[in-house]
Design a protein around this ligand. Structure first.
Ligand SMILES: Nc1ncnc2c1ncn2[C@@H]1O[C@H](COP(=O)(O)OP(=O)(O)OP(=O)(O)O)[C@@H](O)[C@H]1O
Length: 273
């Protein structure tokens, strides 16, 4: 939200501001003088080929990786929540206790109940994680993150392991939760359609640098049938080195999986995204 003073309109301080960030592994630059800003309550999707540095950037912003150099500025909120592809629930704790774990205050349990209701899991408080489906477990993970009212929500392919229908339901849920809690969001995804469905901006990472930073100016309800949607989708696929006419965007490569079907597009070098 902009602030006003003396007739001037001042943009709010960004939730995230990074300039010239470098992360090296064994002398190889995985983040290469990277610049990125995210406004408070802005939803940014981060896409890029495998190995482009997406998870590394999330780890830095989540305070998990401190081995960075070179930066002129590195600002991120202290109150950060992270959601991963797997829900990472404690199997020996019931759902409610997973959400309430570590929450301060005597109202922790009540807040956890409210959060579970928000993600559609009222009545499942006493279930064990193993009794929940993958989508339900991710709902718990979202509740556990958002009950802390984070200023920044980092999500690393949170819906990557879910089936297509569950994924769409989770998109709707995440949009509702973000509208209510208004964190800044950085979502890593391999799915261009997911990025367009959810984000205000899509940032494309290539070899540790921002190759493109595109505003999602597709009018709601962001239907794939519209010309603007199709143009943005094509632009993003092309930036990823994919042929927009070749089919859907592939899932992240799973080394243990069998070869993808012939609907899986290949990048210019013939390898998976
Ligand atoms: N701990 C580490 N030690 C050495 N190299 C690493 C380490 N972590 C990441 N890397 C390397 O950094 C590069 C970027 O990795 P990162 O996981 O950030 O990519 P990514 O864009 O998230 O990929 P993917 O889409 O496959 O998850 C890769 O080449 C990876 O091998």
């Amino acid at each position: 939200m902009a602030t006003h003073s003396g007739g001037l309109t001042t943009a709010p301080a960004p939730a995230v501001r990074i300039t010239s960030l470098v992360r090296e592994f064994a002398g190889r630059r995985v983040l290469d003088e990277l610049d990125l800003s995210i406004a408070p309550d802005e939803f940014v999707a981060l896409i890029g080929r495998s190995g482009s540095g997406k998870s590394t950037l999330l780890r830095v912003l989540g305070g998990i990786d401190h081995e960075v150099t070179g930066y002129e500025e590195l600002t991120a909120p202290e109150n950060v929540s992270v959601v991963f592809q797997d829900a990472r629930l404690l199997p020996w704790k019931r759902v409610l206790d997973n959400v309430a774990l570590g929450l301060p205050g005597s109202d922790a349990e009540a807040r956890a109940r409210t959060a579970l209701a928000e993600v559609g899991l009222a009545g499942r408080e006493n279930a064990w994680p193993v009794e929940l489906s993958g989508g339900e477990q991710q709902r718990v993970a979202l509740a556990r993150s958002l009950v802390r009212d984070p200023e920044l929500l980092l999500a690393d392919e949170p819906f990557g392991a879910l089936d297509a229908l569950t994924r769409l339901r989770m998109h709707t849920l995440l949009k509702q939760l973000c509208a209510r809690h208004r964190p800044a969001v950085l979502l890593v995804t391999h799915d261009v359609d997911e990025a367009i469905a959810l984000a205000d901006r899509v940032v494309v990472l290539d070899h540790g640098r921002i190759a493109a930073d595109l505003r999602v100016d597709v009018p709601a309800p962001r239907s794939p049938g519209t010309a603007r949607y199709a143009a943005l989708r094509d632009e993003l696929l092309t930036l990823l080195g994919l042929d927009p006419t070749a089919g859907t965007v592939p899932e992240p490569a799973d080394p243990g999986a069998s070869q993808p079907t012939d609907t899986t597009p290949k990048n210019a070098k013939g390898s998976d995204l």
